[in-house]
Design a protein around this ligand. Structure first.
Ligand code: G3I
Length: 430
């Protein structure tokens, strides 16, 4: 939208009311008779107007995934002006997570060496900015270093996993809000009765690698909330309903076996067009509450690769998804944390990917986040802020008394779930 197109004040207020964000308008906009057609880029978004401040006022944490290499730590320590990216992360995020720097590939250049440079940089930045930090992640089948394939075997996998978690979790002991201990371990497409993905970790370390990882993480950093994180569990489509059921069965099994798990991470990589999240996810969140688990929105963004129309159409659709989704999940009292996967379209993974599910046919860049390529707020910013303002004030959930053992394995009411029962245990089954 060009800065030259103008609406009358009435036209603008009608448009904003339709978008449900009237309360977010600053005084100077309401006072003006002639307004830019899209006033969003001109909003004040810092200080008390930031996502960080609005979330904090509701006892929520809003945050974003960051690239520590782009954070201008040197300028902060020198008391000098920082770059726009750094200012945005400082002003908007109360919690940060490394998009890549704390993965195995980010930390382990060789089999027996670690490089903590970028991870330490993030920790130092967060300390200076008064932010909490999520750790992502300690065990995943992706984000592995190139040496992994030829060096990790059935003989050393368990030991390597334990050593990794001890080294990384231990280094940041007491400084991490929550660790994604295990990431994306469920995949019903692999047709295992326990729903687990047939990943290198499962093949090399055995199906109880998940329990091993959580127990080790609890010892390495007893204060961190230990999280199981996954994607593709948000929609009510048959495929995602089955996966959601398998994820719930997994966390129920872990709780029943006394594994230290405190939260479920719902990644929330959503699409602007097609089916939208609904009742199934709310049910999952409430089932987690019964287990005493918090639920975090860990990686939200909105993909418009197949949405027709120009930037305005993208912006409107993306904002609508944020409004509906965060409005729905932040109404649940055990959802105290929401992060977007990046802060602006300038650095989103969706604009770095050549995959067909990321590339738009018109070649336009995606706008999946609250700020755009020029680090100006998008309509999604207002949608996120309005959803935060409307959220139920959340408090850390007290652990619920455990369900009766018979209830723990009650089939989750998901049509088509191939595994309503826990995986068998016994000799030969790890
Ligand atoms: O840093 C290297 C660079 O040195 C090299 O020249 C270049 C060549 O390909 O690769 C660079 O690393 C890439 C890295 O992103 C940093 O840009 C990796 O190839 C690439 O695989 C990596 O992708 C990341 C992906 O996870 C895999 O780790 C994405 O940025 C990141 O957004 C994505 O994040 C995941 C979450 O961790 C888990 N949930 C899904 C989410 C999106 O896929």
């Amino acid at each position: 939208m060009t800065g030259k197109a103008h609406l009358t004040r009435r036209q603008f207020e009608k448009a904003v009311l339709t978008a449900g964000v009237a309360a977010a308008l600053p005084g100077w906009l309401r006072a003006s008779d002639e307004l830019p057609a899209d006033p969003t880029p001109y909003l004040n978004v810092t200080g008390a107007d930031s996502l960080r401040a609005h979330a904090t006022a509701r006892k929520l944490l809003y945050g974003a995934a960051v690239n520590p290499a782009l954070l201008d730590l040197e300028a902060i320590t020198a008391g000098a002006p920082t770059n726009g990216y750094t200012q945005l992360i400082q002003s908007q995020a109360a919690i940060v997570v490394a998009e890549n720097a704390m993965k195995w590939a980010g930390l382990r250049p060789t089999f027996d060496t670690f490089d903590f440079t970028l991870a330490d940089r993030l920790m130092r930045f967060a300390q200076l900015a008064g932010q909490q930090v999520r750790g992502h992640n300690l065990c995943w089948h992706e984000g592995l270093p190139s040496w992994f394939k030829n060096s990790v075997t059935k003989d050393n996998a368990r030991q390597l996993l334990v050593q990794h978690i001890q080294a990384v979790g231990g280094r940041y002991r007491g400084q991490i809000h929550s660790w994604d201990v295990v990431n994306e371990a469920v995949d019903p497409k692999d047709s295992r009765p326990d729903g687990l993905r047939n990943s290198p970790w499962l093949q090399l370390a055995g199906p109880d690698y998940i329990e091993l990882a959580f127990h080790t993480a609890a010892q390495a950093d007893p204060q961190a909330k230990l999280t199981y994180n996954d994607y593709g569990i948000e929609l009510d489509t048959p495929e995602q309903s089955v996966k959601r059921g398998q994820v719930l069965l997994l966390v129920r099994r872990l709780k029943a076996r006394g594994v230290p798990i405190h939260a479920l991470g719902v990644q929330s990589h959503l699409q602007a067009d097609g089916p939208q999240p609904g009742a199934g996810l709310v049910t999952l969140i409430r089932e987690c509450a019964k287990l005493g688990l918090e639920v975090y929105v860990t990686e939200m963004d909105v993909n418009t690769h197949s949405l027709p129309g120009g930037p305005e159409a993208q912006d409107a659709a993306v904002a609508q998804v944020y409004r509906n989704y965060l409005g729905m999940v932040l109404a649940e009292p055990n959802v105290p944390v929401a992060l977007t996967w990046g802060i602006s379209s300038a650095h989103t993974w969706l604009n770095g990917s050549q995959e067909p599910w990321a590339k738009r046919p018109d070649g336009a860049r995606q706008r999946p986040l609250p700020f755009d390529d020029e680090l100006k707020p998008t309509p999604a910013f207002l949608a996120i802020r309005a959803a935060i303002d409307a959220a139920r004030v959340s408090a850390t959930q007290p652990a619920q008394p455990g369900a009766a053992p018979g209830d723990l394995y009650k089939p989750f009411a998901v049509p088509g779930s191939p595994n309503p029962q826990p995986a068998p245990r016994g000799p030969g089954v790890r």
